[in-house]
Design a protein around this ligand. Sequence first.
Ligand code: XLS
Ligand code: NI
Ligand code: NI
Length: 460
Amino acid sequence: MSSFAPTTESSASAGNFASYDAEGAEFFKGIGQIPFTAGAGPEESLAYKHYNAKEVVMGKTMEEWLRFSVCFWHTFRGTGADPFGFPTLDRPWDDGSNTIANAKRRLRAGFEFFSKMGVKYWTFHDRDISPEGSSIKESGQNLDQITDLALELQKKTGVKLLWATCNLFAHPRYMNGASTNPDAHVFAFAAAQVKKGLDVAKKLGAENFVFWGGREGFHSLLNSNVRAELDNMATFFKMAIAYKKKIGFNGVFLIEPKPKEPSKHQYDYDAMTVIAFLRTYGLENEVKLNIEPNHTTLAGHCYEHDVVMASAYKMLGSIDANTGSPDLGWDTDQFPMDIKNCTMVMKVVLEQGGIAPGGLNFDCKVRRESTDIKDMFISHIGAMDSMARGLKVAAKILQGGVIPRYVKERYSSFETGIGAKIAKGEATLEDCEKYVAENGEPPRLSGQQEHYENMLNYYI
Ligand code: XLS
Ligand code: NI
Ligand code: NI
């Protein structure tokens, strides 16, 4: 994500903003509830062709497996601005101001969008939904007002909060980090912001709470005491866990790994780094991971790598379902449209029995050239259909049982004899020496990668 363009107190002259304030005002005129239309043609863009919420796949409905969520920051605060160019996206209800009235309009537009999409969850940063005030107190009061409206809209529409998070990276005070800032004053500010963030998460019934360490890292090792910073980061989590328990907030804490951008190096580099951090500080039972595949590829891994690794350690809590452009090499936050990628992710979700209370959050933004209002819908619909196809293909793979059988067979030497002894941790180096003396050189067993790839393609 990077759509935290500054808001201006502009008096944009186009657009009739007041008309959106009227009771029952419609933001997306001409776009109705998105239907599931099996067999819809290639040009029919405002229909689901694969995502059929109530269809049962391997014992659960698609809706239960996929738990889609729309993120507020990209879809309702994204402007299309990039480091080289100005905003391109006009949202007729948004006057560009940093006012409560504008924040409320955006929120009502948001809930109409979620409802028309039939998506049951949303996510936000504190500062996306509500303007930062001139003091922490004023920011808190703004957030109270806006979350009163959010609560009302959640009740009215049945849309729930997958997770909330605090923006601890956009404001200049956080330029050297939040919990890893060398200045304790900034640490304290971030802690105070998270305290309020947790109050609000509880108020809205958030099922999780995310920590993305955007500036928890460094630009230069010359001026950084990395051990002190990591110790402080752990302390920050301990304080947040204590407060969460104190107020009785039951959402799951999630760290979202990312290797770089905006920092040159971020401490939450990738899944295994975060797992090591959590275990080092005894936090592994309190915090899970929110994996964003675009970050995984930025870390130099393949798309599904961190989803697989986090799940292997029972730490996969949720997924920011997006994709990058590996040929560009930064966090482009595109909608996931590649069926193979979606299949690999959904295979993990099926294998671990689901992702709840996490979900698939579309931390994605339309391209700055995708300027039609309709593109907001088309992008999400396409990603949901891709994930639904991924789910169906993954179910075929698991139910077909062929690939799982091959993998099981590949490790079968650990089921008996010396292998079983090794697996149980009962073998010594002497035992292995004796085994090799008796059995000689091991056979050269093919890894059969191309055969596996062919089998995967058979299902896709
Ligand atoms: C940025 C992250 C961010 C988190 C929430 O790259 O993906 O959007 O998901 O702070
Ligand atoms: Ni991202
Ligand atoms: Ni993300």
